[in-house]
Design a protein around this ligand. Structure first.
Ligand SMILES: Nc1ncnc2c1ncn2[C@@H]1O[C@H](COP(=O)(O)OP(=O)(O)OP(=O)(O)O)[C@@H](O)[C@H]1O
Length: 281
């Protein structure tokens, strides 16, 4: 379990993380959803022990994330690709493995497993400089898994990734969950949070605005489903709660219906209702 309590971090006058508290359960895919500059990467950097917080605390399975013991439990796929372009895929993995004292008898098996996991086994001996953005991201994922970490932090893993690699990454995230891993996934794409995450924290201006399952967030902050009827009487809108009589009346008084559409709330609506802004402003 990861416990984050009353975390604060400033960069000069910017309050990048403002009083964030979270409990992330073992084996969950936890999503941090928020626009650019919301404080996702800073939160992850503190949770993985890369930077200090000003105040607050993080406990990762009871460990300080900056301890050596915790470092072996953490796998991080950073927002910017971290690979040596002139090295082959396998040489990159070899370098990353050397940072984690992986026993030499296991090394080759671990690297084979990781390459196969991200479907890059056939590119093992190719230089990374020839890889697409999506392949590089997948290799970064493979590199972060070599030491078999329990907690995998993925910071905007689909940035600059083609649709095929994106789908492969989604499959990988779900497979990692099945292997019992805990995944912390940041994104500004509400579709990704909605599709993958067991729990979602919505973050903006360094603050955690809401936390829950997607269904809970839709229920508490999504509002009603809107039904629009476009007819020769113009466009009429109904909330899902008051459909019955009014809707039937509207349909009866109409000679010609051009279109009926339903607008269900999604996490974009939740964000809009919480902040008054679009997620992707
Ligand atoms: N090293 C730094 N020095 C100064 N300001 C920083 C630093 N790192 C982050 N910030 C600022 O802190 C705020 C939060 O940034 P952060 O990178 O955590 O956001 P984010 O949600 O990850 O967004 P993005 O996806 O754009 O990285 C932003 O205003 C950012 O400009």
């Amino acid at each position: 379990m990861i416990q984050v309590q009353a975390l604060h971090k400033h960069f000069g006058s910017i309050h990048a993380v403002n009083d964030i508290s979270l409990d992330i359960q073992q084996g969950q895919i936890f999503g941090l959803l928020g626009p650019n500059g919301a404080g996702k990467s800073t939160s992850i950097s503190i949770m993985t022990g890369l930077i200090d917080c000003d105040s607050g605390s993080v406990s990762l399975a009871g460990l300080n994330p900056q301890s050596k013991e915790a470092r072996y439990k953490i796998g991080l796929i950073p927002q910017s690709i971290a690979l040596y372009e002139e090295l082959t895929a396998i040489d990159n993995l070899s370098f990353f493995a050397s940072l984690y004292d992986i026993p030499s008898k296991d090394l080759s098996d671990r690297m084979d497993w990781a390459l196969e996991f991200v479907s890059l086994q056939e590119r093992a001996n190719d230089r990374v400089s020839g890889f697409s953005g999506g392949m590089k991201r997948r290799l970064n994922l493979a590199a972060s898994l070599l030491h078999d970490p329990d907690y995998i932090f993925m910071d905007e893993p689909t940035a600059g990734v083609d649709p095929q690699s994106r789908n492969k990454l989604f499959d990988n995230v779900l497979e990692l969950k099945e292997l019992g891993k805990t995944i912390i996934y940041t994104t500004h794409y509400m579709e990704e949070a909605q599709k993958l995450c067991d729990q979602v924290g919505i973050i903006d201006h360094g603050q955690l605005l809401a936390l829950g399952t997607v269904d809970e967030l839709l229920k508490s902050h999504g509002g009603d489903t809107q039904i629009s009827i476009s007819s020769d009487q113009g466009i009429k809108q109904f909330k899902s709660g008051d459909v019955s009589q009014d809707l039937i009346q509207a349909l009866k008084s109409t000679d010609r219906v051009y279109d009926i559409s339903m607008n269900r709330p999604d996490l974009e609506t939740v964000f809009l209702n919480l902040t008054g802004r679009q997620l992707r402003d």
